[in-house]
Design a binder for this molecule. Sequence first.
Ligand code: C2E
Ligand code: MG
Ligand code: MG
Ligand code: MG
Length: 293
Amino acid sequence: LAKQDGRNRVQVFQASIYEAVDRRIAMENELHKALAKNQMKLHYQLQFDRHYRPVAVEALCRWDHPEWGEISPATFIPIAEESGIIIELGKQVLQNAVEEIHQLNQQLHPDHRIRLSVNVSPQQLEHPGFLKIIESLCEKHELPPGFLMLEITENTFMSDLNSMVDLINQLLEMGIYTSLDDFGTGFSSLSYLKRLPIHELKIDTSFISELEHNHDDVVLVKSILAIGQHYRLQVVAEGVELRHHLLLLKTYGCDLFQGSLFARPMIADKLEDFILEQHRRLQDPSFDITRSI
Ligand code: C2E
Ligand code: MG
Ligand code: MG
Ligand code: MG
């Protein structure tokens, strides 16, 4: 009986592997279709400075599949990366995000213009056409230096630090800055920070969410801020959900904040009104922003 049980279990296990493989292949096919049909949409999440001024947005890819519904980027980005689809997807994300936010800035008062951050995958950075894509975007829109920030994750460059330094320097020559996303969640040594000409560190959501009662997280967040200060990098905290998180982060010296406390990701069309309204509130002397946030 035990033996039979065992065999059944093996069969169940194999069936689920096949299902998983089928699902993955189905998702790859659907990803190709979604790209061809322009079904991928971008949402933008604002970032705010210490005075609660909106200063930048991060572009976040959204896939609303006609039958499957909304699929999280945490699910489809890894599949796009492994299948190579990320090269085309990433190019569309860059082009559309730059187009939309550049357009938005033309509508805004020059003092209220915002910067744009775009996530890029390691496969994109390694692709020979990558710099050309960036170059043509810069030329087409005459992007001001610092307008575009590329968010890369820590593990991306560990395979070849020298070529990463070269790439970031080439981007810098075009006025494109680099941010280290999910900083502190990778496994790498910190010594690379001495060599990488980056502009920003992003503190991962996982370090923020329990900040008020987890002393380990407090120590980690303070350390990241100290590293940022030492290397003169701006530091963004992401996943700021509570007023209490914000107040702690401000006391620790954090510069920039992103999270549902301030704004959820929204479509480009909604950004202009949100930004105008925020500046209006900030100018109203009777309005106490620290009360409302
Ligand atoms: P990320 O770059 O670290 O993006 C931040 C994630 O935190 C986003 O999840 C955002 O919606 C979420 N978030 C923002 N504020 C809060 C908050 O207050 N609380 C909580 N719990 N979460 C918050 P999202 O949009 O699901 O994206 C997940 C990841 O997928 C991103 O993490 C990024 O690594 C990847 N991704 C998204 N779009 C792209 C893309 O166009 N290209 C590439 N290569 N990766 C992308
Ligand atoms: Mg990011
Ligand atoms: Mg990320
Ligand atoms: Mg992140």
